[in-house]
Design a protein around this ligand. Structure first.
Ligand code: BGC
Length: 278
């Protein structure tokens, strides 16, 4: 049983968040005032193949480990349009066209389960508790992991379902055009054993393509590699200010919990609802 013993602190709004990744599924109870996990998070390997039913069943088991019967937010690496998953790059292709409302009605009947894209969840986290909260105008958040996730934030409001990881850019190594996540994700860096000096120009190339089109006020860069921001941010050659995401590996859980709490109007959080259309 996950330790939720600190979930007794008066009126602190709380919700449960789930982050589905290509390798692991992570679940945690979130203090929505501070944007921090309460107690331990649970981590379980993502079932393979990562079909909707296999993932939903794993989530059901993990959620059962928490003393929690309120809403559940789930962050997944896919576009969610009106309750239907639309793409699948780092999860099983059977997600495409999956009605996620019907899916969770079967696996977690009677529960409020709200899904959103994993990078959008990280974007919500950084706007409400992290590096993007004090920036007016347009902010582009990118997460560097197995793929590249993106969140577009305008005056603190999320514009959901952007997919800059699949934008085509010209490879600076002369190998033609390819998707940004095939050129500059953290998994490419480890697979090709690139140093930060070798990898960062590829990131700059991706940021340049985005800044030339959108002219954001700031980039927020997240994923595990942001822990080493001091080593590679100085090597970036872009005109837009760059900030490191603050919540790193828990951003998906926290943003998913916040999103679900907003939808379910936990403690009046619906008033600050900043996501439509997911
Ligand atoms: C997916 C996105 C996701 C990103 C990071 C991409 O391959 O298309 O939806 O946000 O990976 O997980």
């Amino acid at each position: 049983m996950a330790d939720t013993s600190s979930d007794t602190t008066g009126s602190t709004p709380v919700c449960l968040g789930v982050d589905v990744g290509g390798t692991n599924i992570k679940v945690g109870l979130v203090d929505l005032r501070e944007g921090e996990l309460i107690g331990d998070r649970l981590v379980t390997p993502t079932p393979q193949p990562a079909t909707p039913d296999a993932v939903a069943e794993t989530i059901r088991q993990m959620v059962g480990e928490f003393e929690w019967d309120g809403p559940v937010g789930v962050a997944v690496p896919t576009v969610i349009h009106e309750g239907v998953a639309r793409i699948a790059h780092n999860i099983d292709s059977s997600w495409i066209g999956c009605d996620v409302v019907e899916l969770f009605d079967r696996h977690l009947p009677g529960r409020t389960v709200v899904m959103l894209n994993d990078a959008d969840a990280a974007g919500l986290t950084e706007v409400h508790y992290g590096a993007a909260g004090d920036v007016d105008g347009l902010v582009v958040l990118l997460t560097f992991g197995t793929g590249i996730g993106s969140a577009l934030l305008m005056d603190g409001r999320l514009i959901p379902n952007t997919e800059f990881g699949h934008m085509m850019v010209e490879d600076i190594a002369g190998r033609g055009f390819d998707e940004t996540e095939h050129l500059a994700s953290a998994s490419v860096r480890s697979r090709e054993e690139m140093s930060f000096a070798e990898w960062t120009p590829h990131v700059s190339n991706v940021l340049r393509a985005i800044e030339d089109l959108l002219w954001p006020r700031a980039f927020v860069l997240g994923g595990g590699v942001s822990e080493a921001a001091d080593e590679w941010f100085p090597l970036l050659k872009n005109r837009t200010p760059v900030r490191a995401a603050v919540r790193l590996n828990d951003a998906g859980i926290i943003g998913a919990a916040l999103h679900a709490a907003m939808h379910a109007d936990v403690d009046g959080l619906g008033k600050s609802l900043s996501v439509k259309g997911t």
